[in-house]
Design a protein around this ligand. Structure first.
Ligand code: 5AD
Ligand code: SF4
Length: 463
């Protein structure tokens, strides 16, 4: 609907925190509102409805939500906007949140997205909708290809929830039991996205390896790779324990599956891994990486690590540093342990022993400093090489440049003319810890008729 045709009082703004799952849920929320006659507001202070799609993974994430809520309180007071909290904090807190935040109008759990248009309209009672929907009844919200607009790369949800019992993690509590999306639904969503101009899909779920929507996850990747016009496939996130040899082989055998794998290890100490209830040892993890690298020697590997887990000794941390040295991850996401409600590590905090904050901060700094060096060395090895990029649009750091990603998922800002959706050959001439830069040598246009309609080709992020 053209923006001037939208009745006054029907503009929405969604503020997204957290992971890809939330980004994807925010897109589904935006699409549901658009279908119901709403239009997107440019900024929160022009909105009649503000939804915070929240993350509860660490205390800091939750604190950010609370401070954003404080800011939006003013907009609600000035414009009479409706204010809602969705996502993982909503699920963890449920109706309690309405008591804690007196100016909140509604609370919406991740399984209740379809209720948003109704809650957005309602002018009456304050409400919390946070029921989980079981595997029999759950219907995955479909991506609306009109919503992808200019996107070259899109997320496709293949499963939700998590049946693991990692002792630090709140996700099983906020996202419920695993439910897989049926294969034909995944295939048809990918086909519709490709028809709308998407070239790359990232199959997402909290633990995609335990996908059970009619075939194994490795088989699903093979089936998705058959969708005509699709150029690249990625997926996230995986648990090392559930990583099958079949999925490892897919990296070597499915040309569309990009050689980048995110496999969270969490710690380099088997004693810590046991308390984390990860169900593998460091040697198991090493062995899996060994097999993967034997199959795909140029595989880019990224991981997650928690430091300061209860009871983590200097020796445990030294083992983590040694593992990072040995495996040389391309990139690492590292965090200080944060005690979360409803988790078993929090219940054992006293018994296992809390790690002093200063100690954890020092460990994190050491780990991140070493990883920055490794990432830089790895990126520098690309200088002088010509690499293939899938072009996403203008660079976010330099308006005169374009931006694309390598097969290994590195961001490259480059001088050139390749449009969004094209495959470009770019010579890399500089590298930093986080990105490469270079000059285009040539590009191949996307197939006629499926070029993204919007010239900017930016990923649609609903903020
Ligand atoms: N504290 C710190 N980090 C956590 N993660 C999950 N739960 C916690 C927690 N309680 C990290 C893990 C996970 C990533 C998404 O967030 O490393 O892989
Ligand atoms: Fe945050 Fe986890 Fe929820 Fe994603 S699933 S929003 S990371 S708590």
């Amino acid at each position: 609907m053209p923006i001037d045709a939208v009745p006054a009082g029907k503009r929405f703004f969604i503020h997204t925190f957290g992971c890809q799952m939330n980004e994807s849920d925010s897109s589904r929320m935006a699409e549901a509102l658009l279908r119901d006659g709403w239009a997107a507001a440019e900024a929160p202070d022009a909105a009649d409805l503000i939804v915070l799609n929240t993350c509860a993974i660490r205390e800091k994430a939750e604190a950010k939500v609370m401070s954003a809520l404080g800011r939006y309180r003013l907009v609600r007071a000035q414009r009479g906007a409706r204010l809602g909290v969705a996502g993982c904090v909503a699920q963890a807190e449920k109706a309690r949140l309405l008591e804690r935040v007196p100016y909140l109008d509604f609370v919406l759990g991740p399984d209740q997205i379809s209720e948003l248009p109704r809650l957005a309209r309602a002018t009456g009672a304050r409400e919390a909708r946070t029921d989980f929907v079981g595997s029999e009844e759950y219907v995955f919200p479909r991506a609306d290809p009109r919503g992808v607009g200019a996107q070259v790369s899109a997320f496709v949800t293949v499963m939700k929830g998590c049946d693991n019992v990692c002792s630090f993690c709140i996700v099983p509590h906020t996202r419920g039991r695993e439910v897989s999306r049926p294969v034909p639904e995944v295939e048809s969503e990918v086909a519709r996205l490709v028809a709308a101009g998407v070239r790359e899909v990232t199959l997402i779920g909290q633990n995609v390896n335990s996908y059970a929507g009619g075939c194994t996850f490795a088989e699903l990747v093979r089936r998705v790779a058959k969708v005509p016009g699709l150029q690249r496939i990625r997926f996230t996130t995986s648990h090392p324990q559930d990583l099958s040899p079949e999925l490892m082989r897919a990296f070597a055998e499915v040309p569309l599956l990009m050689p980048h794998f995110h496999l969270p290890v969490q710690s380099g100490s088997s004693a810590v891994l046991e308390r984390m209830r990860r169900r593998y040892t460091c040697d198991d993890y090493r062995a899996k990486i060994g097999s993967l690298r034997a199959l795909v020697p140029d595989l880019a590997l990224t991981s997650d690590i928690i430091v300061g887990f209860p009871g983590e000794t200097d020796q445990d941390f030294a083992a983590t540093m040694a593992l990072v040295e040995e495996l040389r991850f391309d990139n690492l996401y590292s965090f200080i342990y944060s005690p979360r409600p409803h988790t078993s590590a929090m219940r054992h905090l006293g018994e296992w022993g809390e790690v002093a904050r200063e100690v954890a901060v020092r460990r994190l700094e050491r780990l991140q400093a070493r990883q920055r060096e490794i990432s830089l060395e790895k990126n520098r090895a690309f200088v002088g090489r010509t690499v293939e990029l899938l072009v996403e649009g203008p660079s976010r750091t330099d308006a005169a440049k374009r931006m694309g990603r390598t097969r290994w998922n590195q961001v490259v800002n480059f001088e050139g003319l390749a449009p969004a959706g094209a495959l470009a050959q770019v010579r890399v001439d500089a590298a930093s810890v986080v990105a490469l830069s270079g000059v285009e040598r040539s590009h191949e246009l996307p197939p006629v008729g499926v070029e993204p309609s919007h010239p900017s080709g930016r990923r649609l992020r609903v903020l």
